[in-house]
Design a binder for this molecule. Structure first.
Ligand code: CAA
Length: 241
């Protein structure tokens, strides 16, 4: 049976790797993106995966976008909440704007997307929700009070919703990546990366997006029906919870 999968932020970075892994697993995949039309068009051209543009922080945009995808491809069986941003600053320099931008995308986005696929999954008695959290939601991180708050919230959200979805055939899980070799790392000063972050990773390297995608594809598969409410950490041994 071909499953329909929707990946937010699915045309770049970890999201692109997830979209491709789900496609390789036999899913029909739709990927959302927020801003970069050129990259999204190139991704569609290269992979054949359709891309749709909207801001996951906007509830009505999520509702309309999901309705469009369901009209184009069919009901969404798998939702991967991957879209996320950073606005890093030490707390004494963090502005309300830094705080709210991260809340809107990383946390409200998870609500907006999940809420708009939930009833359909309940009616069809099947669903897979996988949310991309972060090691920094598990252990905290200097300059990320905003980001860490949203990524910790993903875990509470997932544990609550897993209980509600269980009888309806819906599993709800988290994948918590460590430091992965994507564009997001380019905001970290080189000195901080080399002297602070890399020495804390026991495997001695950043992770690859494909290594996160494989974990997501497993949790999204029909085979993973007994796994729900879990947090799968993929961080090279940097933090063991
Ligand atoms: N851990 C420990 N110390 C850190 C640090 C970190 N990750 N990042 C910065 N610092 C230190 C700096 O080395 C510097 O110390 P010194 O003054 O002793 O040199 C100090 O904090 C910087 O303080 P400033 O007040 O000057 O900070 P700033 O206003 O210039 O802000 C910054 C700089 C935004 C904090 C920048 O250093 C930065 O981006 N750091 C990286 C933060 C980080 O690790 N973010 C994680 C991104 S990865 C991610 O989010 C993906 C994921 O899920 C894993």
């Amino acid at each position: 049976m071909t499953r329909i999968a929707l990946v937010t932020g699915g045309s770049r970075g970890i999201g692109a790797a997830i979209s491709e892994a789900l496609k390789a697993q036999g899913c029909t995949v739709a990927a959302t993106y927020a801003g970069n039309d050129e990259k999204a068009a190139a991704f569609t051209k290269e992979t054949g995966i359709k891309t749709y543009k909207w801001n996951v922080g906007d509830y009505e945009a999520c509702k309309a976008g999901i309705a469009q995808i369901e009209a184009d491809l069919g009901p969404v069986d798998i939702l991967v909440n991957n879209a996320g941003i950073t606005r890093d600053a030490p707390f004494h320099k963090m502005t309300p704007q830094h705080w709210h931008e991260v809340m809107d995308t990383n946390l409200n986005g998870v609500f907006n997307m999940t809420h708009n696929v939930w009833n359909g999954m309940r009616e069809r008695k099947f669903g897979r929700i996988v949310t991309i959290s972060s090691i920094n939601g598990q252990k905290g991180q200097f300059a990320q009070a905003n980001y860490a708050a949203t990524k910790a919230a993903d875990i509470g959200f997932t544990k609550a919703l897993a209980q509600e979805g269980a009888r309806a055939g819906i599993t709800v899980n988290v994948v918590a990546p460590g430091y992965i070799n994507t564009e997001m790392m380019s905001t970290i000063p080189e000195k901080v990366m080399n002297e602070v972050i890399l020495p804390q990773i026991p495997v001695g390297r950043l992770g690859e997006a494909s290594e996160i995608a494989r974990a997501v594809a497993f949790l999204a598969s029909d085979d993973a029906g007994f796994i729900t409410g879990s947090t799968l950490s993929a961080n090279g041994g940097q933090y063991m919870s």
